[in-house]
Write a protein that binds this ligand. Structure first.
Ligand code: FMN
Ligand code: ADP
Length: 282
């Protein structure tokens, strides 16, 4: 199997399901050739968004493993790679593996000549139909858009799991503790998409344990904040966790950010957010 597979969403998962069935029938293993970064880097004018992924590299490898992949090959997608013809690709890559069968997606084409399945006629090939959710093709692009719109419910439906962001707990303004809601400020260095500004029901994994919490993404408008932060108040938890790597699972959008006239109003609203978050059933 070949592809970038950003997010390993339900559409991708259908391919892996077919590959698993074939592998067990033929007593074969599953190999994937993928790229550390998006192939679009080679075709488009650069902006840092092109480095963004739906998953951290660690999560990506975990998802491949969960989907039954035995061998994962990473190759840089370069001008040279992009110029390989389908014939070169078969000669340089596919022929070196003793291939039992090839599984491809509905829109598969490969090589600089944009060949289709016919170029692989020497092999047993399977093409998987597109997977549709509410009349829309499941795609990494649709999932990215849902996240940027704050619609994490939709993103999670298309992914088949809860969208997560991993980061390190860093210092903020030390204000949270004074209003009864300490919040772990999370700095992500994995070039992931951060959901739209707003308040969310989340789970958070700290030291291998998962807790319910509520997250805020935004500028802390009530206090005239200048930096955009991702912060999580963790329920029924009390510990100093600066420097720890944590993972935030986005479960539901609650509301947008509000600039309150008083801190008391913010606290009243956060009490209501807490109720919503505690009552949420995944
Ligand atoms: C669930 C939740 C909802 C929040 N909602 C708002 C909000 O609507 N407006 C706002 O200005 N700040 C909001 N905040 C952010 C607080 O202003 C912030 O947590 C507080 O200033 C503490 O900042 P610190 O961690 O830098 O000390 C929210 C925080 C949480 C955890
Ligand atoms: N229930 C909790 N949820 C989040 N952080 C907590 C909790 N209990 C203790 N903490 C600790 O308190 C810190 C947050 O306190 P806060 O006053 O908001 O400071 P900061 O502005 O540095 O985030 C967290 O980084 C964490 O170390």
């Amino acid at each position: 199997m070949l592809g970038y597979f950003d997010g390993l969403h339900l559409g991708h998962q259908a391919l892996f399901e077919k590959a698993r069935a074939l592998a067990s029938e033929k007593n074969a293993t599953i190999s994937v050739l993928t790229f550390p970064e998006s192939p679009t880097l080679v075709f488009k004018k650069f902006n840092t968004d092109l480095f963004k992924h739906l998953t951290s590299k660690a999560k990506r490898c975990q998802l491949f493993e969960d989907n039954g992949v035995d061998f994962l090959y990473f190759t840089d997608f370069t001008s040279h790679f992009a110029k390989l013809t389908s014939h070169d690709f078969i000669a340089n890559y596919i022929r070196h593996l003793s291939v039992a069968a090839i599984v491809v997606g509905f829109d598969y084409q490969f090589g600089s000549d944009h060949a289709g399945l016919e170029a692989l006629s020497a092999y047993e090939t399977y093409q998987i139909d597109k997977v549709i959710a509410d009349g829309q093709k499941i795609s990494s692009t649709a999932i990215r858009q849902a996240i940027l719109d704050g619609d994490v419910t939709r993103a999670n439906q298309l992914l088949g799991y809860a969208y997560e962001v991993t980061g390190i707990v860093v210092h903020g303004e030390a204000r949270g503790r004074t209003i009864g809601y300490p919040t772990a400020n999370i700095a992500s260095k994995d070039s992931q998409y951060i959901p739209a500004i707003g308040v969310y029901v989340v789970d958070i994994e700290v030291s291998g344990k998962r807790y319910r919490g509520m997250a805020s993404i935004g500028y802390n408008d009530t206090f005239g904040g200048k930096n955009k932060t991702l912060e999580v108040h963790i329920f029924d938890y009390r510990d100093e966790i600066y420097g720890e790597t944590v993972t935030v699972y986005f479960l539901q959008f609650i509301r947008g950010m509000i600039k309150f006239d008083s801190v008391a109003d913010l606290i009243t609203q956060m009490e209501s957010d807490e109720k919503t978050s505690r009552e949420f059933n995944a």
